[in-house]
Design a protein around this ligand. Sequence first.
Ligand SMILES: *Cc1c(COP(=O)(O)O)cnc(C)c1O
Length: 396
Amino acid sequence: MSKTWNKRTTAVHGGTRRSHYGEVSEAIFLTQGFVYDTAEAAEARFIEAGADEFIYARYGNPTVRMFEDRIAALEGAEDAFATASGMAAVSGALMAMLKAGDHVVAARALFGSCLYVLEDVLCRYGVEVTFVDGTDLAQWRDALRPDTRAVFFESVSNPTLEVVDIRGVSDLAHAVGAQVVVDNVFATPVYSDAIGQGADVVIYSATKHIDGQGRTLGGVILGRRDFIRQTVEPYMKHTGGSMSPFTAWVMLKGLETMALRVNAQTASALALAEALQGHDGLVRVLYPGHPSHADHALCMAQMGKGGTVVSLDLKGGQAAAFRFLNALQIAKISNNLGDAKSIITHPATTTHQRLPDDQKAQLGITPGLVRLSVGIEDTADLIADVKQALEVAAGR
Ligand SMILES: *Cc1c(COP(=O)(O)O)cnc(C)c1O
């Protein structure tokens, strides 16, 4: 593989391992185990497996390794470990890295399951977590301590799409020797340069834009080779969160078309955000790719684009938001994102239902807020559909 390839070439060809048949499309090695020629060969492989030698699918598999090599090349990371879901990646990276007595600083605006891992799980193992407003560098600076081992944040938060300054937080964290762990789902691998901007570990839920067609759960942890192979791999392979070969094959095929999908989705998201500016049924349109967003300049500097999600705050609260969801003809009511199909969610009653009202308010999750993951449908159709549903929501 050439180091000079750009992302779109790497996403199609990176990491490919061909069998002796010379197949064009990546093979699915749907096998748990591998046959050794002799007992001595088995012994030798358990002592040290070579680069193209496998032992058991929980430890590694040729199809999974193709996915790991391709996404690592795409992200500019030395190595990657593929996991059964995005949450297996988040919990695995943190559990592998931390021990009792460590301190973690995390942004408060997190995906619900990430919040559970940081708030409910880690403290049971003696890890202390301090939460901050991720967009406020002064709060990061105040919370960091000499015993801070890691910082954790979503580079673009869900569902209000606040952008965290990866470079700024990394500089502060590195000054106290802390590792920077970024959940980069909303940025997507297409618009990410998180490692170049200072992140030590980058995590994706591959369930989202990498699959991009709503089929399977998956995740990946990216970082330096010694961290991935000496710290993450032993933890993951012995605790059981590895990716299945079938999933890896779906994700490999997803990576091939990811840039086409994500660029089309992002163009539609921007067109929609533009078309809805000043709409009288809306309190606000939240899209970091549009100049009206508070973090627009940082988003452009960090990602170059605004991504595939637009959040809308409807006048008339939950009743209006529900009328809007029910009136949409193209976007489906569901809670995934990054899919080829447009998907709409009402966070306050679904993904963030568990949060107390004051925490919802603090995170900007108002009763009228809806999160629209823009798909690859025709842009004009999408805009027309959202506009007609806003009319219904307003009772007109
Ligand atoms: C979806 C998501 C996850 C969890 O991923 P799964 O594949 O559902 O386990 C974690 N973080 C963010 C930001 C997500 O959007």
